[in-house]
Design a protein around this ligand. Structure first.
Ligand code: ZN
Length: 172
């Protein structure tokens, strides 16, 4: 069998490896070595080092993934400086919509009361129905405003968490 002369990448000891061997353990320092071949040379590289590089690559991949997710959250929330203004508009809009709905409902119920006092009979149902509709609109509006607020603060929390993970990775 043909053998190759290579040097241990860790301690420099000469090693004989079979032509088709890919992994070898140095008899002198017990390093795990990978035999690498190029057109012009054969050399060894410590397997531990390769694993280390792979680890670093995985980490930078993780950084990219985190950055992408943060950017996506920013897009969803709008650009950062206006995000809090938007958040207020969502909640305030919801409450204002709710207040208007209640006002509308009260006016309708007063009309219904007026109709029934005037003996309008079955027609009383029209303003009463409109009043109920106003109440439903008020509830939907307030829930919408509160939800908007909740969704945004969940995003803010998620973003803070991602930022923290990113900072941790960068410290390494
Ligand atoms: Zn060695």
């Amino acid at each position: 069998m043909e053998t190759l002369s290579v040097r241990c990448n860790h301690c420099g000891a000469p090693l004989q490896v079979a032509n088709n061997t890919r992994f070898v353990t140095c008899q002198f320092c017990q390093s795990s070595l990978e035999v690498k071949r190029t057109d012009s040379s054969v050399f060894t590289e410590e397997v531990a080092k390769i694993a280390d590089n792979t680890g670093r690559m995985a980490e930078s991949l993780e950084v990219i993934t985190l950055q992408n997710e943060i950017e996506k959250l920013d897009r969803e929330m709008g650009i950062q400086p206006v995000a809090s203004a938007q958040k207020k508009a969502g909640l305030v809009g919801g409450v204002m919509g709710g207040a208007f709905g209640i006002f509308f409902a009260v006016v309708c119920f007063l009309m219904a009361y007026g109709f029934s006092s005037a003996g309008a009979g079955v027609f009383t149902i029209v303003p009463a129905g409109m009043g109920c509709f106003g109440l439903v609109m008020a509830v939907v509006s307030v829930i919408g405003g509160v939800n908007h607020e909740a969704v945004n603060s969940t995003r803010q929390e998620r973003r803070a968490e991602l930022e923290r993970q990113l900072a941790e990775l960068r410290q390494k």
